[in-house]
Design a protein around this ligand. Structure first.
Ligand SMILES: [Zn+2]
Length: 80
């Protein structure tokens, strides 16, 4: 019997559960940001969701983009 089950104590102090990552989108029309989906999600479902995404503020549905300006990742500063 392995001890794998005892992983619960110390690694659970993160703010968000690692299994669910919010996928943020942004409305270019009114600059509203919101979470359109949570990952992991099958690619095709995600695409469907994003395609039919609609801004909850102004109703725009053509100018919805992935919000990649996450404050979390500013430290990296890498660009290919
Ligand atoms: Zn909008």
């Amino acid at each position: 019997m392995s001890a794998k089950k005892i992983l619960t104590g110390e690694s659970l102090q993160m703010e968000k559960p690692p299994s669910k990552t919010p996928l943020k989108v942004l409305c270019k029309s009114c600059d509203h940001h919101w979470v359109a989906a949570y990952l992991p999600m099958p690619m095709e479902k995600c695409a469907t969701l994003l395609k039919s995404a609609c801004c909850p503020v102004c109703g725009e549905n053509k100018a919805i983009f992935l919000d990649v300006s996450d404050g979390d990742k500013k430290a990296k500063g890498e660009q290919a």
